[in-house]
Design a binder for this molecule. Structure first.
Ligand SMILES: [Zn+2]
Length: 318
């Protein structure tokens, strides 16, 4: 089913506050202790992320690091805006990054999948050539199970909304964040975001990257086919989404921001995939006593806002 992507969507950008990695080690080391029993934060050479378990499209997170937010929940809720389709191969041009390594969380190309779906964006666009490791997950209409698929190099569309970390994918120094045994209420990403927010206040610090849920399970959702009746409350949204308890190892990719610099941003959004058929939108680990995370993040210099909804709301940002 052919469906047209939006050509030349409106783009705005803002610079983000960029602390030194050394400073972030201090901020996160002290901040994360309220939520996890074991916390180890250090600066390391980024491991080769093309290798197992990560299997990302590029080796590292370095070179022109940017956060990119496309569209938003207002294009999904209360009712879907099917015309909101974007080509991920345009993102490098729109943000002045070439080659462009894109990882993150979005809504998948429903014209390809035949149904609404989650998207784990993971591709490199280099000289117009696409190296696509993106996956989508959808709900099996017969038994409600989760179905995880890989996208071919030729399918590079996303729909409605996406939060993407974009860089040249070069090796280099990154933040390694290891947390074990959750003792607080916050998920891994919220605890990082809140630690940054407590320290940097109104200064917006943006991180992008990947983390591995090494041990334990996670509550994740997969969107089913678009709702035909309007979804206007959190309760209706919860009822519509399909929730799963997915098993480690899960590889998550996405972005977080400590504050919104006036672009109506989603402050955190990670999707994860696996090599055992599960994947979806990450909420929180569900076996806190045994959970283990290892994350690799870097600091973004700018945030780019593509096709920002003018008529907005706060529903569906968890
Ligand atoms: Zn999501």
């Amino acid at each position: 089913m052919a469906a047209a992507v939006i050509k030349n969507p409106p783009v705005t950008s803002k610079s983000l506050f960029v602390p030194h990695l050394e400073e972030l080690v201090g901020v996160l080391s002290s901040g994360l202790f309220s939520n996890f029993e074991t916390v180890e934060v250090e600066i390391v050479d980024c491991p080769d992320l093309t290798k197992e378990p990560f299997t990302l499209a590029c080796e590292g997170l370095g070179g022109k690091p940017r956060l990119v937010e496309i569209g938003g929940p207002p294009y999904l809720l209360p009712l879907v805006r099917r015309e909101k389709l974007y080509n991920l191969t345009d993102i490098g041009k729109l943000t002045d990054v070439e080659p462009a390594f894109l990882i993150g969380a979005g809504a998948g190309p429903w014209p390809y999948a035949g149904v609404n779906c989650e998207m784990m964006i993971n591709l490199e666009v280099k000289g117009g050539k696409v190296n696509n490791h993106t996956r989508i997950s959808k709900v099996n209409a017969v038994d409600g199970s989760c179905v995880l698929d890989c996208l071919p190099d030729t399918e590079t569309r996303c729909a409605l909304l996406a939060n993407i970390f974009c860089s040249e994918g070069k090796p280099g120094k990154v933040l390694q964040v290891i947390c074990k045994k959750r003792i607080g209420e916050d998920d891994f990403i919220s605890s990082i975001r809140k630690s940054l927010q407590a320290h940097y206040k109104e200064k917006a610090v943006g991180l992008g990257g990947t983390f591995l849920l090494k041990q334990g399970k996670a509550k994740q959702h997969v969107m089913p086919e678009f709702s035909v009746s309007p979804i206007t409350t959190d309760k209706e949204l919860e009822k519509w989404l399909h929730f799963y308890n997915m098993s480690a190892p899960l590889i998550a990719i996405g972005t977080l921001t400590s504050a919104d610099p006036g672009l109506d941003l989603r402050l955190q959004h990670f999707h994860s995939f696996s090599h055992h058929g599960e994947g979806g939108h990450y909420h929180i680990d569900t076996e806190p006593d045994i959970v283990e995370y290892v994350g690799y993040f870097t600091v973004a210099e700018y945030v780019y806002r593509i096709d920002q909804p003018t008529d907005t709301h706060l529903l569906g940002r968890d």
